[in-house]
Design a protein around this ligand. Structure first.
Ligand SMILES: Nc1ncnc2c1ncn2[C@@H]1O[C@H](COP(=O)(O)OP(=O)(O)O)[C@@H](O)[C@H]1O
Ligand SMILES: [Mg+2]
Length: 226
């Protein structure tokens, strides 16, 4: 039997405020298997983004552990986490987070630059992925010249460049109209399937959620049984 790509145990997080700590997550246990897609739904403020930040180590938990293919990441250095993150996961956010000065091709290649020295294989793969997301004619366009849907397609290509075993997406269609969101979601699901990547998808859309292997609901600091 294979072991989880991603696992959390007793993951707990509160944010400080002048009125005292605001508890957000209280003891979240979860595991995502290789190639599995999991959707997370929950009301606004239920802690979905916080959970995603903890499992990507963009934030630290108060208690509990996050394991990337069995390695407990908060026992390692922040340097280790930053380096490992580049190849372990692709991140997709609602707001795209592309670099405005760089064209689509250079934005995709940025994932490889963070990992180390650019290779011919990186360049080749960036072109292939841009072609795969339907943007081969837009490689030299900067984000300002691209539509929202096109920007998110660039972000998808960037997320997959280093062949990560895991893709994390936080409301990736949140800024898109219904039709464009549908296309981007189809592409995200298809790319992860083709690449064999696990997908951890935060979405409000029940139709998108039903297309993942497993649906989770975050409520009151943990996962709710439904
Ligand atoms: N950096 C922060 N400082 C203080 N409170 C925060 C911070 N980030 C999020 N929160 C609070 O934590 C709760 C969960 O937020 P979030 O994880 O963004 O929820 P969701 O993504 O489900 O809408 C909310 O009450 C939010 O206001
Ligand atoms: Mg959120």
């Amino acid at each position: 039997m294979s072991s989880p790509v991603l696992q959390t145990t007793n993951l707990t997080k509160a944010y400080a405020s002048p009125e005292g700590p605001i508890p957000v997550l209280s003891g979240v246990d979860m595991a995502v298997m290789p190639g599995e897609s999991v959707s997370i739904r929950g009301e606004s403020g239920s802690g979905k983004t916080t959970l995603l930040y903890l499992i990507s180590a963009l934030e630290s938990p108060d208690h509990g552990q996050v394991m990337w293919t069995g390695e407990s990441i908060f026992e390692k250095s922040s340097n280790w986490r930053a380096r490992r993150r580049c190849t372990f996961m692709g991140l997709v956010f609602q707001a795209y987070y592309l670099i405005p000065e760089l064209d689509a091709y250079e934005n995709v290649l940025m994932a490889a630059r963070l990992k180390g020295k650019l290779t011919a294989a990186d360049r080749q793969r960036a072109k292939e992925l841009l072609d795969r997301v339907g943007l081969s004619a837009r490689m030299t366009h900067t984000p300002g010249k691209l539509s929202g849907g096109e920007r998110q397609r660039v972000a998808l290509a960037r997320a997959l460049l280093n062949q990560p075993p895991l893709v994390l997406a936080d409301e990736p269609t949140g800024n898109l109209d219904e039709h464009t969101g549908e296309d981007v979601m189809e592409l995200l699901l298809e790319l992860c399937r083709d690449e064999g990547a696990s997908l951890f998808l935060v979405t409000h859309n029940p139709d998108f959620a039903t297309r993942t292997d497993r649906q989770l609901f975050l409520h009151g600091g943990g996962f709710e049984q439904r």
